[in-house]
Design a binder for this molecule. Structure first.
Ligand code: AP5
Length: 232
């Protein structure tokens, strides 16, 4: 059965870091709307260049553009076993659009993860972040060049102090309601992102597997206990 994961959380929560690792380890494609937009900007794609004006101010790109990007990406065959979404959905309208796309696919559970980190720590992380100028990968601490491709390290365009504060405000206003949209679902889970990356990874793997198993149990034929129920 497929596995579909949404990695949610505020800017700097570590969504991208964990989505990357989880997707690699499980052989799933990671789909980051932020990365797709940044790649488009490098390629001078007109839609992405238009989006850049909003990104540089810390505002959201319009729903129609983002939903079209995700719809096209999810239509590719590598998403058949599932996917890990990073940075989407960010508005309730995007979440509704994703639900419609999921109905067309009907492959595996949709596990929603909320990575929680205090605001002070988010600001600290984004202030210290450096990314590779060539491939966009987050720099490893203490390194003076990209450990993936050797590229130069730079500050991400939207990690400027004022823009970070705007991104956090936009998250509160537009994206927090998406958590409420998902909260009542049996596959919604919260992870403490204010720990070492290794501990976050461990907690994340545990809750995703638990949510997927619970969902499989919920859809199992009558008389077949769910894995969670079988453990208790
Ligand atoms: P996007 O690229 O999605 O940025 P974001 O949500 O602001 O998230 P970040 O990439 O800043 O943080 P993250 O949580 O991924 O953390 P990371 O792992 O990098 O979006 C950018 C813009 O694009 C938006 O503002 C918007 O304009 C537009 N956009 C994108 N999607 C959109 C959508 N769906 N709708 C509308 N507009 C959209 O980690 C951050 C730092 O912390 C790194 O340095 C990392 O090494 C470090 N770190 C990670 N984990 C830990 C840990 N456990 N302990 C200590 N440090 C850690």
């Amino acid at each position: 059965m497929g596995l579909n994961v949404i990695m949610m959380g505020p800017p700097g929560a570590g969504k991208g870091t964990q989505a990357d690792r989880f997707a690699r380890e499980r052989g799933l494609p990671k789909i980051s709307t932020g990365d797709i937009l940044r790649e488009g900007i490098k390629e001078q794609n007109p839609v992405a260049l238009e989006a850049k004006k909003l990104m540089d101010r810390g505002e959201l790109v319009d729903d129609a553009t983002i939903i079209a990007i995700v719809r096209d990406r999810l239509a590719r065959s590598d998403t058949r076993p599932g996917f890990v979404l990073d940075g989407f959905p960010r508005t309730v309208d995007q979440a509704v659009a994703l639900d419609a796309l999921m109905k067309e696919r009907a492959q595996g559970p949709l596990v929603v993860i909320d990575v929680v980190v205090p605001e002070q720590e988010l600001v600290r992380r984004l202030d210290g972040r450096r990314i590779c100028d060539k491939c966009g990968t987050n720099a490893e601490p203490g390194k003076s060049e990209c450990s993936k491709c050797g590229g130069a390290l730079v500050v991400r365009a939207d990690d400027d102090g004022q823009v970070v504060l705007e991104r956090l405000k936009v998250y509160e206003r537009a994206t927090k309601p998406v958590l409420d949209y998902y909260r009542g679902r049996p596959t919604f889970r919260i992870v403490n992102g204010a720990q070492s990356q290794e501990r976050v990874a461990h907690e994340l793997d545990t809750v995703i597997d638990d949510a997927a198993a619970a969902s499989a149990g919920a859809t199992a034929p009558a008389g077949v206990p769910s894995q969670k129920a079988a453990r208790t």
